[in-house]
Design a protein around this ligand. Structure first.
Ligand code: SIN
Ligand code: MN
Length: 343
């Protein structure tokens, strides 16, 4: 089957972002040319679904929500929080407060059969198109996750667990335009997000594939300010045969992917970030969020939004210590440079 849809020139669109209305635009990348090139080398994008097809898929996503509320799914299929619903199909894994031992590398797949199978329509409409367009190998994915965000919902910076999921990680966006941001750090009370190294717009109906540096060596997140109206994503991944599973006999074996992994020291440069991250992590676990990767502001949203604006405009936050010599592509940030952390 010949490919019908063109790849977007991601690097070019990041270097020359369009539709920017001065400071109003959120879609600005703050990394150096070198950083942006490294990230973009691992990103592929194609708009694959028409308006009509998006409407059909969005109706199906609504049906998934209805099924969940009617109790039609197994308990680990649906994870809900005030500004986000998450549905796991095929495979699901423990994360956040569900984990007996917390931290990156501790995630485990649920027992076989603990999660509902991938709905037929996801394979027929979405996966088939991704396979035809060479964004996914044939019969490869074992997991489909739907994240359904309300305005202001977000996912904090993380790397999809490298001992659980193979690469590429492919997703398709629905309902509204959003952006995937790379290399941001979050802080809380009030929520704040540092400027992204790369901010990748994702249009409705657009498929995004990440691998290499973009998937393994820099974190990605969805910032709350980029979810302006309801937005959903379907994430298609393959779980590794070596991925640990609840109920497995305890093993000291290190997965091949972990052994292979090489990390750019620039993105793992400071112990302080890891410490800060674990502080944030426990704080959020204790107080405000239900999962490791998703932070939901819930009832405090509006108050915190107002505070956010104040802090974003507060130039006393200005950072005068550049972390490296490359020039940023679009504009130099007045807030602190992002120092990504791992989840
Ligand atoms: C994720 O990485 O978990 C979600 C990404 C997205 O919402 O597009
Ligand atoms: Mn992710």
């Amino acid at each position: 089957m010949p490919e019908k849809y063109a790849f977007i020139d991601v690097l070019e669109s990041i270097k020359t972002p369009k539709n920017l209305k001065g400071k109003e635009s959120h879609y600005i990348s703050h990394g150096s040319i070198n950083e942006i090139e490294k990230v973009c080398a691992g990103i592929k994008q194609k708009v694959l679904f028409s308006e009509k097809e998006c409407r059909e898929i969005e109706r199906k996503i609504d049906e998934v929500g209805d099924n969940a509320r009617r109790g039609k799914y197994k308990s680990h299929t649906w994870d809900t929080a005030p500004l986000r619903n998450k549905y796991f199909f095929g495979e699901g894994y423990t994360y956040g407060s569900q984990m007996a031992r917390k931290g990156p590398g501790q995630e485990k797949l649920y027992e076989k059969g603990a999660i509902d199978p991938i709905p037929e329509w996801i394979n027929r409409i979405v996966v088939k198109r991704l396979e035809d367009e060479k964004l996914l190998p044939k019969n490869w994915i074992t997991s489909a996750v739907i994240n359904d965000y309300l305005p202001g919902g977000c996912i904090v910076s993380h790397v999809d667990p490298i001992h659980i999921f193979d690469r590429p990680i492919v997703s398709v966006s629905f309902f509204s335009k959003c952006a995937l941001s790379f290399g941001c750090r979050f802080s809380f009370k009030p929520i704040r997000v540092t400027d992204p190294v790369v901010c990748l717009p994702m249009d409705r109906g657009c498929a995004t594939s990440i691998s290499g540096f973009a998937a393994d060596d820099i974190t990605h997140c969805i910032r709350p300010q980029d979810v302006k109206s309801r937005r959903a994503v379907i994430i298609l991944r393959r779980t590794l045969d070596t991925a640990p599973r609840i109920g497995d006999p305890v093993s000291s074996r290190v997965s091949p992917r972990r052994e292979r992994r090489s990390v750019d020291p620039m993105y793992l440069r400071n112990k302080d970030d890891r410490k800060r991250h674990s502080r944030e992590d426990s704080e959020i676990n204790n107080k405000r969020r239900r999962s490791d990767t998703d932070y939901i502001r819930g009832g405090k949203r509006h108050k915190e939004q107002a505070k956010d604006v104040k802090i974003e405009n507060n130039k006393s936050e200005k950072d005068t210590s550049p972390t490296h010599s490359d020039d940023p592509v679009v504009k130099r940030s007045f807030t602190r440079r992002p120092k990504p952390f791992f989840m």
